[in-house]
Design a protein around this ligand. Structure first.
Ligand SMILES: [Mg+2]
Length: 316
């Protein structure tokens, strides 16, 4: 099967998922065309996933499709962006039809869920690698950045942490328990809180998605904003499954393990109270921004460096 046939068969259907209001020309020409409304900014980001570095060898193709797009969409969530479209560069050792149809099915499911249309792509032969560029838009000037945290802001997270990190121990389990299934689902099928993030525009002072671990990612906000912080690890939301499986290690995983794709958000008290209850209830306060630099754990030591999960070559 040639390159064009392969793309047409498996990936063309992904171009019709979302609305055509902004993606006015999809795959099939030399470039795609996106029309950005005058009152919005275009935000975009690229993520590369390499077999063996970012996902295990023989990783299920459907999960790979979902996870690749979800991870890329998480960066849009971190900015508060509304997703529009993505491009896919796929490097394959061989054109295995069954594998391709499963990847395309996983991508299609995520594409529908996150409302990201395929705008174009490229395929080439080589070690298995997926590069996805995602495009979204935000109200002009309104994107959530890492650099806006102010002294006194609350530090909040959008969901339980540590699940995906715990899942790494159970990837090879053939008949997982209920609790193992629960943490594995967080690893295989992350769901970045895209709509919640959009609701935080104009209220949150800074945001980042938790891809490398809470400590590492919160430290990115602190250095970009020129502030310090203290957090209470006891306030971090943990799933029942995580506690059941990892006991005393649960908090450590929630602090340092990556791949949760929730958000860490800074917001002042007044702005938090101005949010609708349905939005506010999805934020858990775990600490406060302070003057100075560095991150202090309440009742514990000071952490100077970023200690988290760090893939080589991972985008920031
Ligand atoms: Mg990110």
């Amino acid at each position: 099967m040639g390159e064009f046939e392969l793309i047409r068969r498996f990936f063309q259907p992904l171009s019709v998922m979302a609305s055509r209001e902004q993606l006015i020309l999809g795959p099939g020409d030399d470039c795609a065309i996106q029309r950005v409304p005058a009152d919005r900014d275009l935000v975009f980001s690229v993520d590369t996933l390499v077999e063996g570095a970012h996902f295990p060898h023989d990783y299920p193709a459907f999960n790979l499709g979902w996870r690749s797009l979800a991870v890329a969409a998480s960066d849009l969530a971190a900015m508060g962006a509304s997703p529009v479209c993505f491009t896919l560069a796929l490097t394959l050792p061989a054109a295995d039809e069954r594998w391709l149809s499963e990847v395309a099915r996983g991508l299609a499911r995520a594409s529908e869920t996150f409302r990201l249309s395929l705008a174009g792509g490229d395929t080439t032969r080589g070690p298995l690698t997926l590069s996805l560029q995602v495009h979204g838009t935000v109200p002009a000037g309104g994107a959530l950045r890492r650099s806006g945290a102010r002294v006194g802001d609350r530090i909040c997270v959008t969901g339980p942490l540590g699940n995906a990190g715990a899942a790494l121990d159970f990837l090879g389990v053939t008949e997982p328990s209920q609790a193992q299934k629960a943490v594995l689902a967080s690893y295989h099928f992350p769901r970045p809180p895209i709509e919640l993030a959009q609701a935080l525009i104009g209220a949150a002072s800074a945001a980042i998605d938790i891809s490398d671990g809470l400590l590492a990612d919160l430290n990115h906000i602190l250095s970009a904003s020129g502030v310090g912080a203290s957090i209470d690890p006891g306030c971090i939301p943990l799933s029942k499954a995580l506690v059941e499986l990892t006991g005393d290690r649960a908090v450590e995983l929630a602090l340092s393990a990556g791949d949760d794709y929730e958000l860490c958000v800074c917001i002042n008290d007044e702005a938090l109270m101005s949010l609708p209850e349905a939005v506010r209830s999805q934020l858990t306060t775990i600490g406060r921004v302070e003057a100075g630099s560095g991150l202090r754990l309440e009742g514990g030591r000071s952490l100077s460096g970023a200690s988290g999960y760090d893939h080589f070559g991972r985008s920031v």
